[in-house]
Structure formats: C-alpha cells, structure tokens
Design a protein around this ligand. Sequence first.
Ligand SMILES: *[C@@H]1O[C@H](CO)[C@@H](O)[C@H](O)[C@H]1NC(C)=O
Ligand SMILES: *[C@@H]1O[C@H](CO)[C@@H](O)[C@H](O)[C@H]1NC(C)=O
Ligand SMILES: *[C@@H]1O[C@H](CO)[C@@H](O)[C@H](O)[C@H]1NC(C)=O
Ligand SMILES: *[C@@H]1O[C@H](CO)[C@@H](O)[C@H](O)[C@H]1NC(C)=O
Ligand SMILES: *[C@@H]1O[C@H](CO)[C@@H](O)[C@H](O)[C@H]1NC(C)=O
Ligand SMILES: *[C@@H]1O[C@H](CO)[C@@H](O)[C@H](O)[C@H]1NC(C)=O
Ligand SMILES: *[C@@H]1O[C@H](CO)[C@@H](O)[C@H](O)[C@H]1NC(C)=O
Ligand SMILES: [Ca+2]
Length: 534
Amino acid sequence: MLVQVVLLSPLLLLLHAPALTQGQYDQCRSLVSTDDGAVWEQYACQPKAQTMKDYMRIRVEPPGITCGNPPERFCTLENPYLCSDECDASNPDLAHPPQLMQDRERGGLITYWQTVTWSRYPEPLLANITLSWNKSLELTDDIQITFEYGRPTVMVLEKSLNYGRTWQPYQYYADDCMEAFTMPPRRVQDLMAANVTRVICTELYSRWVGSKNDKVVRFEVRPRFAIFAGPRLVNMDGLYTRMESMKGLRDFFTFTDLRLRLLRPALGGTYVQRDNLLKYFYAISNIEVPARCKCNLHAGQCVFVDGNLQCVCDHNTTGQDCQRCKKGFKAKSWKAGSYLPTPNGSPNICAQAGTSSGSNCECYGHSNRCSYIDYLNIVTCVSCKHNTRGQNCQHCRMGYYRNASAELDDESVCVECGCNQMGSLHDRCNGTGFCQCKEGTTGTKCDECLPGYYWKQGCYPNVCDEELLMCQNGGTCFQNQRCICPPDFKGVLCQHSRCDGGKKCNHSGAAAAILSLTLLLLSPLTTLLQAAAP
Ligand SMILES: *[C@@H]1O[C@H](CO)[C@@H](O)[C@H](O)[C@H]1NC(C)=O
Ligand SMILES: *[C@@H]1O[C@H](CO)[C@@H](O)[C@H](O)[C@H]1NC(C)=O
Ligand SMILES: *[C@@H]1O[C@H](CO)[C@@H](O)[C@H](O)[C@H]1NC(C)=O
Ligand SMILES: *[C@@H]1O[C@H](CO)[C@@H](O)[C@H](O)[C@H]1NC(C)=O
Ligand SMILES: *[C@@H]1O[C@H](CO)[C@@H](O)[C@H](O)[C@H]1NC(C)=O
Ligand SMILES: *[C@@H]1O[C@H](CO)[C@@H](O)[C@H](O)[C@H]1NC(C)=O
Ligand SMILES: *[C@@H]1O[C@H](CO)[C@@H](O)[C@H](O)[C@H]1NC(C)=O
Ligand SMILES: [Ca+2]
C-alpha cells in the first residue's frame, strides 16, 4: 500500500523538537490519505508529563507527628535562642498540616508541613511521608523536595510498584553515608550506562551549608537520562532506544507510590544541642513529582476521573494502564507499544478477533503466532499460552478444565484440575473439574474416602469398624486399619484363639480375653492369678 503522508509531515517536525514534557510520541494515530482514501495510521503514544503533586494522596506517620496538637513553640537553626514561633493546629494561621506540601503557594507566601520538635531526644525523631497515586507513573524529571529550616541529615526515599504492597529503596541520603548506611557515598554524575539503575547513597543534599539557600533534596532523573540522551537531552531517541533494550531501565523510573523516611533532622552543626531541642524538626514546603502516566505506549492522554488518574486508552486496549486488549480485540495476546523504530514507534494494536493478518486464525489472545501446516492445509496457533491448546487455543491442556463462567479469551480460562495423585486414576478431570477417582475414593479432587474406607495414601477398605467388621474377643479397632488383639487371640478380627493347635493355653473363652486385659493393667496380681489357674 502506497502511503502518501499528508497530515504526518507537520507532526514529524514536532517530533524532532527536543523537549521532555511534550513532543515525541504524543499522538496515537492520525488520518492519512492513501490511494484507497483516508485511513488511520497508528503510532506508539504516551501522555504528556504533568506535575503529579496535584494528584497525590499524602499520609504522614506516626500519628501525632504533625506539630500543633498540643500547640508547641519552636525556634530555628538560624535564630536558635529566639524561640518565639508557634505551631497550633487549631489556628489556621499557625497550623502546618500535610497538604501544605502540595499546595500552590500564592503571593510569595511559603506554606509548609511541620513536625513536632525533637524534645524526646535521644529517642530518634522519625517520620514517614507516603505519597500515593493509585496509578503507575513514569518519572520525566527530577523529584524535588523543599525543606524549610534545613534538610535532614539522614533520610531514605523508597518506592512501590504495586500500590504500596511492597517497597524498595530508591535513594539513600546522609551527611555520612558510611556511618548511616554503611554505603560508600556516590554521586549520580558517577553513574554510567551499565549501572544507571543502581541504588546509591548521596551526601550531596544532607550536609548543613549554613543558610536558607540549599533547601532542595533531589532524586536526579535528568542526569540519569543524560547518560543516554546527552547533557541537554537533545537525543531522546537514544534514551527511548535504551528503554526498549535495557532490562529494568523503564521500571527504574516507574512507581505507584513514593515514601520519604525521615530519620534525622538538620542539626545545624556536628552535634545535637541537648539544651535546645526546640530547633530540631522537619518542615517541607513542597514536593515536586514530574511524571507521566504509564499507559504502555497505548494512550496519548491521561485524565483525572473520580479522584484517580486514568489512561485514555487507544489501539483497542483498556485497563488503568492500557494493559489489556479490549473485549473482542484479542486475536493476538496484548503487547505494550514500542518506542522503536523511532520516531513513531510501533503501536502493537490489539486486533479484532477473527481478522488478524488475513488468515482468520483466532487464538483468543493466548498466542501471538500462527503457522500454516502444509499437509493438513490449515492455519493453526503456535505455542498457546495460559494452559490452552488447540488450533485456536480454544481447548484446555491436559490436567486443566475450562472455567465455564470465564470468557474464552480470559487468561485464566483454564483451571488446573489438581487431582489427588493417590486418589485419582489420572490427572485429567471432566468439564466441571471432577477428577476420576479410584475405588473407595470420592470428592472433586479424589482426596476423600467413601464410607467403609480409610485414607492412607489412597483409600482402602476398612479392616474393622464399629458396625459390621467388629473385632472379636475383646480386640479393639485401630483407625479402621487393624484389630489390636488380646494376647490369647489372633487373626484379622482376633477371631482365632492362640490355644488352638495343641499349645498350652493360659485361659479360655471370652471371659479370658477380658481377664487378660485386666491382668495387663494389674500386673502385681498376675502371678497370683496365674497360680490359681488350672
Ligand atoms: C516508616 O515505614 C517503614 C517501612 O517502610 C516502617 O518500617 C517504619 O516503622 C515507619 N516509620 C514510622 C515512623 O512510621
Ligand atoms: C484505584 O484505581 C482503580 C482503577 O481506576 C479503582 O477501581 C479503585 O477504586 C481505586 N482505588 C482507590 C482507593 O481510589
Ligand atoms: C558505575 O560504573 C562506573 C564505571 O564502571 C564506575 O566508575 C562507578 O563507580 C560506578 N558507580 C557505582 C555507583 O557503582
Ligand atoms: C480498533 O481497531 C480497529 C482495527 O482493528 C480500528 O478500526 C478501530 O478504530 C480501533 N478502535 C479504537 C477505539 O482504537
Ligand atoms: C471462573 O471465572 C469466573 C469469572 O472470571 C471467576 O469469578 C471464578 O473465580 C473462576 N473460577 C475458578 C474455579 O477459577
Ligand atoms: C463431571 O463429573 C461430575 C461427577 O461425576 C458430574 O456430576 C458432572 O456432571 C460432570 N460434568 C461434566 C461436564 O461431565
Ligand atoms: C501363658 O502365659 C505366660 C505368662 O504370662 C506367657 O508367657 C505365655 O506366652 C502364655 N501362653 C499363651 C499360649 O498365650
Ligand atoms: Ca507549600
């Protein structure tokens, strides 16, 4: 098909503008005219970078860490003996609640969250700030945290990729990395392509520099990008190419939550002055998180709906991160869009079921490949995933059964039978998940026994029980498996007397059995009774 690019050309000009916040990959498709008329041409696309502080939910810990309840006086490191400032949660002018870390300051008035002072020294002054978005985001520029009244001497930035279920360190900050974390101090400038995703400890933002100037603590994204895109980020293609090829690079800049663990406040000197603890506390006026929604290169926009960020998915994808194909578009399994080949990338769109590559081979999203089998003259799906099999991946593999309430293109449409190895004839099950059981065995997975059977690595018929197979002559039934006979009797049900066959017998009859049990219990009497026996 000959494509005559009409609307594309101005777009291409745009794409070459070196900008972090917009430009490349900002459009999912455009109408181009061809010999067959206007058609949509699809491209890999991603939303613009935004200042994500507007959408973050902030939680501070422990409870009571925010100052002002009860009201408290504090001083500053610059004016340590003028402790006239006050924090009072009940007075809006003197309160310092967490939302002042994300507000838009107006008229030059700096607003900040502030903690209680370190009056409980030497107990450490610890605070956690958790920032959550309920959305996967990708950093596009440096995270900047602005501390009023001095930057902490020790802190850790952590991130979560799974909505706060698990956390990992992102960067360590200390005035002495070796002492605080037994890590050698590093600078991002020392990182190279091979170790760009290394978690480092930096001393750059924790030293007291004596004044109000250096207030900002950074998590450096730009210098890391610059390793691939050049110092002024002119060669973003270089970065995007690496994002595709270098394992873990994209994930390194991806997160759903961030956490600041503040471990020791600014000291304004080498030592903590015990006689003036009111000058030690944390105060943060702003947290800047420049990022874009992660939409797997399937959305050009990300919108804030019902309190949550949401990709506006294109390419027939859906989900919060466009991480699935839409219903009816699962002819191939889902794939993220790709930055390559630059500048437009590959959209990897989800294809309508039944129309993929003209061969009419539906694989219900369980396979990406079809193959023509010459001697059968059929097209068949290759390497069906998700425990499926068949020409269209429409059946379940041996040992799995079809979940009737799931769609055929559901990833978990095939459920494992889980037949008990001891109790079942084989590991296959029928359409509702019932395994085929050996004699005496029952249950969906053949892991229970029918009445009259006992379980011992499979079901076996009872040897004895309380109704039909009773142990005789005073024998007792042990777990349906055997009779425990009194000394004078033997046999499966203790039905045979040991006196048979000419041996001399100590006792006889049923009474003897009871007697012999008694004898066992009353051993001192044994000799006496034996003497009395005929
Ligand atoms: C901060 O979070 C960490 C887990 O990341 C936890 O172990 C610690 O107890 C928390 N600290 C406070 C003060 O809540
Ligand atoms: C998180 O986002 C998902 C998808 O948008 C939504 O269903 C869920 O309710 C959100 N959770 C919260 C706590 O807002
Ligand atoms: C990264 O690699 C470079 C070159 O191999 C090395 O000089 C530097 O120390 C490494 N940085 C870290 C933090 O390991
Ligand atoms: C879905 O894909 C079809 C082609 O497979 C395309 O014509 C249609 O515009 C797509 N829809 C969306 C919403 O992207
Ligand atoms: C079958 O699929 C339905 C719908 O997806 C799901 O709710 C149910 O848990 C599945 N059953 C099994 C046994 O996996
Ligand atoms: C599977 O076996 C169970 C138990 O024998 C039976 O009740 C059920 O109807 C069978 N299901 C199918 C689809 O054959
Ligand atoms: C008779 O009793 C004696 C002593 O208790 C024992 O050693 C012997 O085995 C018993 N004989 C039989 C046949 O049970
Ligand atoms: Ca503020």
